[in-house]
Design a protein around this ligand. Sequence first.
Ligand code: ADP
Length: 453
Amino acid sequence: LTRAGTIADHLRKYESLLTITPQRMRMIVTAFEETLDKGLQRGGEVVVIPTFVFGWPSGKETGDFLAVDLGGTNLRVCLVSLYGEGKFEVTQTKYRLTEEQKQGEGSELFDFCAQCLDSFIRDNLGRGDDDELLPLGFTFSYPCEQLRIDHGTLIRWTKGFGAANVEGNDAAELFKDSLKKFNVRAELTALINDTTGTLIASNYVNPDTRIAVIFGTGCNAAYMETAENIPKIEFMGLPKSQDMAINCEWGAFDSFKHEHLPRTRYDIIIDESSNKPGEQSFEKMIAGLYLGEIFRLILAELIDSGDLFLGQNTYKLEKAYAFDTAFLSLMESDPTDELLTVIGIFNHFFGIETTLEERQFFRQLAVLIGTRSARLSACGIAAIVQKKGYLEKGCAVGADGSLYNKYPHFADRIHEALVDIFGEAGRKIVTHHAEDGSGVGSAIIAAMTKKRK
Ligand code: ADP
């Protein structure tokens, strides 16, 4: 920064923009709980999704299952062997998705998934054409309207996806077409959301788990609800006490109307320049896809005003989404007084020289952005806790995704926020690293589905 004294001023400004007070959090929790309630009603404008996953696993589920996970940055294919008693084994391969696949023709995206699964089966299972088809759980982590477990009409793409001719269609059917086309030796038996898978997998190994949250490219959660509280599925005539997992699709909280979340101009820029303006408001303030961009937009503002990097060539930093959220993690975990990692990031990736004072400022900014993300997430968790009355006994929250797993202090910040919201009782709500939902969870759900048929 150019002028002495201005760093502290800037920091104060960003602090007040990005800090969420306990009082504000409690207001968000109340609005969040109302949104969840509305989402369970018939014809509600908010979409909270009944998943057709009926209740908790027994822990006795066993067998071999395939799982395909299409949910964000990578495509993952797994073979899961369930041994019961919370034990399992996973063999997996990851495939990188290209931007063309994400934005191109939908059928080509599903063809690619089918081909990856086919080569995985050939490499790992050596199955012939006469062998029995292995059951396949398909984790498709985008909001889908489900009528049964092996069906899901895509409501809208999220997380930057935009492949053509998938929205409004049954993603399970599209994938089945591709499986048939390439004669893949697998039978799609369940379409699940990664949050639901995480809920079930975490409960399989830790029965105290009541809620699951994903903090990856996007952000979403799932919990278990009883049929009597889900007016949307009254038509099924289920017993009132029948449990069904609910995919909250909470990334969409406060979309379009923007009444509850303290959005900054950076959040608004991200929203308006996204391929889905107005949508996924909550997610855009929290998830891995966006945190680095919030940071970059603040820097861009300071560059424009002539407060930062005067006389340096900053074009690399001026490119949208050039600053990955992983850089914020790295900056926060830099152990050196000189902040050598921060020097490295700016120098190596952006060709920019930094002063120590600037680096300290950047790290503080990362703290503010990461903390806001954790505190907003805590509001969502608190809303489910309050709605289900989990505060009294406490409960475990299975959490997964790179942001949760790799961002320093992320879990601590959520826990601290829960205490800010609930007082000391908030300590009874504890997040922990979840079991692999889209692999193991999807296999358990496929096994539960088999038993129910
Ligand atoms: P998925 O795409 O299935 O959600 P991840 O859970 O790995 O996969 O999330 C990917 C997101 O996490 C990306 O947006 C990426 O920017 C972010 N990310 C990757 N590494 C880190 C890290 N070390 N710290 C924080 N965020 C990260």
